[in-house]
Design a protein around this ligand. Sequence first.
Ligand SMILES: *[C@@H]1O[C@H](CO)[C@@H](O)[C@H](O)[C@H]1NC(C)=O
Ligand SMILES: *[C@@H]1O[C@H](CO)[C@@H](O)[C@H](O)[C@H]1NC(C)=O
Ligand SMILES: *[C@@H]1O[C@H](CO)[C@@H](O)[C@H](O)[C@H]1NC(C)=O
Ligand SMILES: *[C@@H]1O[C@H](CO)[C@@H](O)[C@H](O)[C@H]1NC(C)=O
Length: 717
Amino acid sequence: MMSASGSMFSFTAFAILFLCSSCVAYEVTFDNRAIKINGERKLIISGSIHYPRSTPEYDFSGHLDLVRFIETIQREGLYAILRIGPYVCAEWNYGGFPVWLHNLPNIEMRTNNTVYQNEMRIFTQKIVGMMKHENFFASQGGPIILAQIENEYGDVENAYGENGWKYVEWCSDLSPKSDSTPKIWTENWSGWFKTWGSRDPHRTAEDLAFAVARFYQLGGAAQNYYMYHGGTNFGKTAGGPYITTSYDYDAPLDEYGNLNQPKWGHLKALHEILMSLEKTLTYGSAGIDPFGNIKEVEERLVNAQTSIMVKKPNVGEDPDRLEWVWRPEHALHVDRKGSLKGSTLVANELLDQKRVTNGSSDYLWLLTSFEHDERDAVWGKAKKVTLHVNTDGHVMHAFLNGKHIGSQWNTDGDFNYFILEKSIKLKHGTNRLSLLSVTVGLPNYGAFYDKKRVGVHGPVKLIAKTNNGDVERNISSNQWVYKTGLHGEELGLHLVESHHNHNWKTENRPENRKMIWYKTTFTAPLGTDPVVVDLLGLGKGVAWVNGFDIGRYWPKQLAPEEGCEVECDYRRTYSPSSCQSNCGKPSQRWYHIPRSLLKADDNVLVLFEEFGGTPDLVSIQTVTVGTVCADAYEGQTLELSCQGGNVFSRIKFASFGLPEGSCGSFNKGTCHAENTLPVVKDACLGKERCSLKIAEETFGVLRCKADAYRLAVEAVC
Ligand SMILES: *[C@@H]1O[C@H](CO)[C@@H](O)[C@H](O)[C@H]1NC(C)=O
Ligand SMILES: *[C@@H]1O[C@H](CO)[C@@H](O)[C@H](O)[C@H]1NC(C)=O
Ligand SMILES: *[C@@H]1O[C@H](CO)[C@@H](O)[C@H](O)[C@H]1NC(C)=O
Ligand SMILES: *[C@@H]1O[C@H](CO)[C@@H](O)[C@H](O)[C@H]1NC(C)=O
């Protein structure tokens, strides 16, 4: 069975309302045009949420509480599509499989293999059983109308040959798409995920809305946004390698749950139009266009504001006042007998990291020792000795005789391997080599992705430069002692209650040193705006708040300088690289601290820093709407809002008529109602939200030549 923490469920909650308070059984069928509920064709608009990526209220003993999540869907009057997996891809660590699955003898994943199929059966039956027990299926009056097992297998099926076919047959009696099935689009990308070292990808609201409108116009029956809310990859859940902790996805609801405007509002307007056409779209004849151009209709109707989000300091807490204590994480090494107390494994070979850690930590120590004789004719006389470590990644720190000799990480986009090569100074007698191998998210995609090695692959060798050329000593099959995890993890330094809390130091905090634990306490920001910690100044590591692992951080990893110049023109086929921002900046600087983790005071933040840096700049902040812009047509009612109890403090621009420019650079055009500013000020200043009917009766009569007037506003929260 998959452990709940290692597996992933993908859920889809519909935007259409269906009140199921009576909860009587209903029938879900389909024909070639649509999915039918009790015989009636329905237009299905759906959006993905991976609830473990949302607030950890859904986390363990809470967090992976699937039942509670489906209950919430039901209570909100939505339908659910249950995507069970167990393979989900989803940029989730190891594609959603728990890593220990790899270590079952004779297992072959996602193919005709009895060991794997047995695990998959146990898992699937467990999930289905749980759902049945709660009466969650449509036939029981529950919200689940569709379900899926496996995911994206078509992409890899051929690589598994005959066994792939056999597996698909076993999973479900799949029949290929035909004229009698409706058109369903399971993943329409609202944006894209981000990796350490990449820019922020965007998909414009116009592009997304247009693609969706056209799909239904051409007879589409159901489509699902991937993602509607992306959330956060807490703990070790990010896959990849190198998927960031943020899984914002430029989704309509941002990483923290804020409205991503104008995308959210734009799609809301589209959905309202689509639902008003539900009968026509599902009973009319596909391909013909009797409804006019939906895109044009929609543009006139869209009145979504653009929200420019800002980070605000934690009022009441001076960031300079965060007081830090620290402790070093000492490099481990073998003792004189070549062993280590508490080590998990000794082997005369280099093992795949998954095999050793079993998924329990990103960190694995590999320790060995070897002799060096200064009198040796070759090694004693060498001009230079180099350590050469070939590793499948993803990050490597090397120590010789307790001293740090080098750190390196994978910069090859394919994550095949990298080589750490460092000049070293050997001492006479026994030398002790310690390698700390670090994974940064296990692969989640591609045929046989599960078999891709991670960790030190070898060879590990010493190279002596002599007058007669290079001489090599291969130490790959030395005796290696393996130890999973950091010493600090073992001591529980990241936990609030630890028996070792007394050894933290307040004095002589080192600057920019590798392998340091830092700890501080902070007050929760007032209000309801989402909370983040700004980790600028730090290198790479892991952060915990009140003992909860909020994920890996790596602010030192910058996005490329180039590639953001491209104009975000939506009139072309979407690709994740077609519209990007954040060039030259940390690919992720802010890290989400769900409010559900916080108490009023004395919240504990612990960092384990691998690369060195300073916590001096770290601060707790909130994310809220900073500036609001809107530009909408006459006839609309414009709703403007700040969030989290913040109110409009200033109206920077307001013009009813024919305003020009865009958010941040609006100007009055040739036609402008003088009264606009005072009217907007009167309606909005000091309020969290305000509403303006865009009409001459609100702002004054205009006598210009125009099809329709517009209102443009820029306001500060
Ligand atoms: C790996 O973890 C699983 C699940 O916790 C456990 O059943 C298994 O015994 C572990 N295997 C090893 C080799 O430690
Ligand atoms: C599928 O696996 C079963 C059980 O191991 C085996 O008997 C059968 O030959 C396999 N099928 C194919 C197509 O290889
Ligand atoms: C989104 O879905 C539409 C159909 O709804 C399709 O035309 C478009 O290619 C999809 N785009 C992506 C990126 O999924
Ligand atoms: C080093 O030793 C390992 C293990 O014995 C072996 O597999 C590998 O081929 C050797 N590499 C080189 C470069 O000699």
